[in-house]
Design a binder for this molecule. Structure first.
Ligand code: PMP
Length: 398
């Protein structure tokens, strides 16, 4: 039956974790997989999330099925976290389903797009998170890339990005990263979001926002200013939300897909399709993470404590960026590393050639995925000099 299956190569990002684990070098450093880490190298569960878990378990008298759309309170609160006051204005036009993490939301969106409009094309940034193309494309939807990152400036190549969007046909879909672009760490600025909204509006192009890092760039509000601008102005928007990073709920697979439709009747129809797509794939999403996130958002003291923890994570990542940039500059004063401190979230691209990336893993025991993305949260006071030495040694490898 399965004898014809060949063994597949490891997933580009998860394979880095496996290689790291297998390396016996005591000084090895993992800058690979995209999870937040504290100074001790741990990925903590926020105190508010732990407390919410206790409350959820204490109040849970039954584990009977919830339903294909998942936890209704979670759906409402998580969309409100993303859209703020707009959520109420748009409620009638919004169809939300709880999903199996942010990945589940992305895939659900692709399935929905494919079902509604099989010929539509989703345009993804070049580069983008390594799982976007396999995850979305496996639904059967067609994908193309739009220019996004300029390695020379280490910033958004906005003129080319906008130029691409200005040429798209009505009904094309553009996947945008809500904040903390993965893997580049560079996001459009406020005027650029304005210009994007204008172009999408003029062309009849549909924004599809992947929101996996709300709160981890600057704060919970600033990070979604661009998203809110789009939601306020455009008739249709898809929003894939992940609670993995900001709630620390990774393995609980907690997320949501909210689709803002042109009118309430379309939104109601979309909800029935979301439910059917879920039912046919996995029936219903897992409840625990969603119930916990809903409690954190509902209880003012838990919400406050959670926000403070996120703010501390942001401060730590900004400090680590400055620390690493300083150590690199001290070793190579002829080069500019200030871009590291200007970028946001957990990720940056080192800009190494493939030979440099391979040497970083194989010779220096500093593990990064094949695109040379680093997870800044994997840097610490204890390893920063090792990391800086290693990077500097492979910088010129071609
Ligand atoms: N989008 C992006 C850009 C991500 O980086 C991630 C997590 N690595 C996700 C979506 C989805 O994460 P999850 O399925 O774990 O919630």
């Amino acid at each position: 039956m399965f004898g014809n299956l060949e063994t597949l190569p490891p997933d580009p990002i998860l394979g880095v974790t496996a290689a790291f684990r297998a390396d016996p070098d005591p000084a090895k450093v993992d800058l690979g997989v995209g999870v937040y880490r504290d100074e001790a190298g741990n990925t903590p569960v926020p105190v508010a999330v732990r407390e919410a878990e206790r409350r959820v378990l204490a109040a849970q008298a039954s584990k009977t099925y919830v339903g294909p759309l998942g936890n209704a309170e979670f759906n409402e609160r998580i969309v409100e976290l993303a859209l703020g006051g707009l959520a109420a204005t748009l409620r009638e036009r919004t169809a939300t389903i709880q999903t199996v993490g942010g990945c589940g939301a992305l895939r659900m969106a692709a399935e929905l797009l494919h079902a509604a409009s099989p010929a539509s094309v989703v345009h993804v940034s070049d580069p983008t998170w390594a799982n976007h193309e396999p995850l979305l494309g496996n639904s059967g939807i067609a994908l193309q890339r739009y220019p996004y990152y300029d390695p020379a400036t280490r910033g958004v190549d906005f003129a080319r990005m906008l130029g691409h969007i200005e040429r798209l046909p009505a009904g094309a879909v553009v996947l945008l990263h809500g904040s903390c672009h993965n893997p580049t760490g560079v996001d459009p600025g406020p005027e650029q979001w304005e210009a994007l909204a204008g172009a999408l509006e003029r062309r009849g192009v549909v924004p599809f926002v992947d929101l996996a890092y709300q709160g981890l760039g600057d704060d919970l509000e600033t990070d979604v200013a661009g998203l809110r601008l789009l939601a306020a102005r455009l008739p249709t928007l898809l929003l894939a939300i992940s609670c993995s990073k900001n709630f620390g709920l990774y393995r609980e697979r907690t997320g949501a897909l909210a689709v803002i439709a042109e009118n309430a009747a379309t939104a109601r129809a979309i909800a029935t399709h979301q439910a059917r797509i879920g039912r046919r794939m996995y029936s219903m999403p897992p409840d625990h993470g969603a119930a916990v996130a809903a409690r954190v958002l509902a209880e003012p003291e838990l919400r406050r404590s959670w926000q403070e923890e996120i703010a501390a994570m942001v401060r730590r990542m900004k400090a680590l960026r400055a620390l690493l940039a300083g150590r690199l500059a001290a070793r190579r004063p002829d080069l500019d590393f200030s871009w590291l401190t200007g970028q946001r979230g957990m990720f940056s691209l080192l800009g190494l050639a493939p030979a440099g990336i391979r040497a970083l893993c194989a010779e220096e025991h500093v593990y990064v995925p094949p695109d040379g993305r680093i997870n800044v949260a994997g840097v610490s006071d204890a390893n920063v000099d090792r990391v800086a030495d290693a990077i500097v040694r492979v910088l010129e490898r071609r």
